[in-house]
Design a protein around this ligand. Structure first.
Ligand code: FAD
Length: 258
């Protein structure tokens, strides 16, 4: 049995701009040329979407993409930010984390490891730092998850015997695992593929990367913000990290919920 204490966030996908089609659209609408100063597809597409609303390609104000998107955030024209999308893969997190994450409905897509199909007899477990740091509490945690996993193994074996007359082996395993998983704890490690747009990600960061959020989701929200700030400073650079009393990070911005 392996215990995990750190999540991982992988940015596995980002958008690509079709510049030829933007130029064709502009040409069809009497705009001889328009350019912007970002190489980030999501930032450029958000600017194109915003400029489309007012057909403001011909005489853009100075300041480039950064100033343009700052103005969008300032006036709360949030739908423009929905055109910038990222794909993230998050691993080393608990089922309690994903239960909170999937409450974010607007602008998010999720695909999560299935406990009906995947054998959890080799699952790992995510231990909160405040438990892991204390030998006595850590031992309670370790013994408890080990006992749960042993119960899961015994239940899957017993259920496999009970469903022995089900000829489809995949269905038989699924029937056993879907019932046996009921004894697995919230700490069971899971993996989730997340696709979200910039507006939804900003809302997620504001709700979850602050002192009121639960610790694990706060840590992951900070890691998500790390990769987004690196990839798209014009959409996410306005957030500033602050250190919280427990040593984790919160994020603050002057533009809330665009
Ligand atoms: C600190 C904290 C504690 C929490 N505690 C609990 C708890 O004890 N129990 C619990 O059940 N949940 C709890 N939650 C979850 C919370 O209630 C939300 O479900 C979660 O934060 C997602 O927020 P959201 O609905 O704004 O996000 P999204 O679902 O992504 O929605 C984004 C925005 O879109 C709009 N929107 C989305 N759907 C609708 C709709 N159907 N109708 C109208 N407008 C809509 C709203 O403006 C919403 O803010 C907690 C969250 C936090 C941050």
């Amino acid at each position: 049995m392996r215990i995990i204490r750190r999540p991982s966030v992988y940015m596995v996908g980002r958008q690509v701009v079709n510049d030829a089609e933007i130029d064709r659209f502009l040409g069809d609408h009497g705009v001889a040329s328009w350019s912007t100063d970002t190489e980030v597809a999501g930032e450029k597409l958000a600017e194109v979407a915003g400029r489309l609303c007012y057909m403001s390609f011909a005489k853009p104000r100075p300041g480039g993409n950064s100033k343009y998107l700052s103005h969008i955030k300032e006036v709360g024209h949030g739908s423009v930010l929905e055109h910038a999308v990222w794909n993230l893969l998050i691993t080393g997190v608990s089922r309690s984390f994903t239960h909170e994450l999937v409450r974010h409905r607007a602008g998010f897509g999720f695909s999560q490891l299935s406990q009906r199909y995947v054998d959890e007899s080799v699952a790992e477990f995510v231990e909160p730092d405040c438990i892991a740091d204390d030998p006595e509490l850590h031992e309670i945690f370790r013994a408890s998850v080990e006992q749960s996993q042993q119960a899961y193994i015994r239940l899957t074996e017993g259920l496999a015997r009970k469903f022995a007359d089900v000829s489809d082996a995949t269905l038989r395993r699924k029937m056993a695992r879907q019932a046996a998983r009921s004894v697995l704890p919230n700490a069971t490690e899971t993996k989730i593929f997340v696709t979200a747009n910039a507006r939804a990600l900003r809302h997620f960061i504001e709700l979850r990367c602050n002192e009121h959020a639960e610790t694990e989701i706060r840590i992951v929200a900070g890691m998500v913000l790390d990769v987004l700030q690196k990839d798209s400073p014009n959409l996410f650079g306005d957030y500033e990290f602050v250190e919280l009393p427990d040593g984790t990070r919160g994020a603050k911005t002057e533009w809330r919920k665009v």
